[in-house]
Design a protein around this ligand. Structure first.
Ligand code: AMP
Ligand code: ZN
Length: 304
């Protein structure tokens, strides 16, 4: 590692140009090398999961506001949601708006919600799409997604970004199809990450539900072991960071969206999520700021 690598991980990433400051915590540009690592990791995921024959779909990083409202995201995570607003005034309002901007006053009063909100997790966009197709087949459904996601959680920790990419495989079907899928990926995810030569640990987890009612939801999620995370130590002086998550939603999304199995039962769903930036950051943290100097085995896993 080079001489200047004495500050925090964030400082080092910025100094080496891998993250480019934009003046807001958690909002960064990425270097070409950083992006190359992200795409090689994307390919590694496909090597491990593509053989299952998922249907590949890609969506822009925003979703239908009505679908978002119906998804229930606001019940659990109102504090993380990002909505898109746009100017909806007349010419006089416009003049006042410009005046307020020029004088450093609030100008957002004329902003009105649009039909889109920012995608909070890659799979949220998918459920209404699958619901619209009608009942599942005997094989259920398996989808491959990747999207930029927004969460309003500004932080100095480079692993906690406001806009980051999440790759996901999402499974639809019977309870057994859901739990088998998650068990498969809990195993597979660890083998896949072992190729990257970073320290890993797997533990039961919960989502950061809002408020007092949220604490109950979080406890329930842990008690029922609905969420597991693959953790890697990345940030200086902090606990390890969740880089992959393995979620079993039971019939939560199936009943919200009316998705059914061929027997007419409510479909169960599960997903595995890969934090693309977090895994790239784990690699820079453990193998250094120059990917060309990373261990041979790690380079082989990523670049072949
Ligand atoms: P979650 O839906 O919270 O389980 O997130 C899925 C995956 O996205 C996690 O396992 C992380 O790797 C990644 N992730 C979640 N939040 C962030 C964030 N604020 N910044 C970067 N990556 C994140
Ligand atoms: Zn998901």
């Amino acid at each position: 590692m080079c001489q200047s690598c004495t500050n925090t991980l964030l400082d080092n990433l910025i100094r080496h140009g891998h993250l480019i400051e934009m003046g807001v915590d958690g909002l960064y540009g990425r270097s070409g090398q950083f992006e190359d690592v992200v795409s090689r990791f994307d390919d590694l995921i496909t090597r491990w999961g593509g053989g299952d024959g998922p249907e590949v779909m890609r969506f822009p990083p925003a979703m239908n506001r009505v679908h978002f409202e119906k998804s229930g995201y606001l019940k659990g995570f109102p504090h993380l949601a990002g909505t898109v607003h746009s100017f909806a005034g007349n010419e006089r309002d416009h003049a006042e708006l410009l005046d307020n901007v020029a004088n450093g006053k609030d100008w957002t009063g004329w902003q009105k919600p649009t039909d889109v909100v920012l995608t909070p997790a890659a799979c949220y966009v998918l459920y209404p799409v699958v619901a619209k197709r009608g009942a599942l087949s005997e094989k259920g459904g398996l989808f491959d997604l990747q999207s930029y996601c927004f969460r309003h959680e500004p932080s100095k920790e480079p692993t906690r970004m406001q806009l980051f990419r999440m790759r996901e495989y999402v499974r639809f079907g019977t309870p057994a199809q859901g739990t088998d899928f998650r068990a498969l990926w809990l195993e597979r995810g660890q083998k896949m990450m072992a190729e990257l030569g970073v320290p890993i640990d797997v533990d039961v987890a919960n989502d950061p539900f809002f408020g007092r009612a949220g604490r109950m939801l979080a406890n329930n999620q842990r008690d029922q072991q609905l969420k597991f995370e693959l953790l890697i130590p990345i940030n200086d002086g902090a606990g390890p960071t969740a880089c992959l998550s393995f979620n079993y939603h039971q019939d939560h999304f199936g009943s919200t969206w009316g998705i059914r199995t061929p027997d007419g039962e409510i479909a169960h769903t599960a997903c595995v999520g890969f934090g693309m930036e977090r895994v790239a950051l784990a690699l820079f943290k453990h193998h250094g700021m120059d990917p060309e100097k990373w261990p041979k085995a790690v380079r082989k896993a990523l670049w072949g």
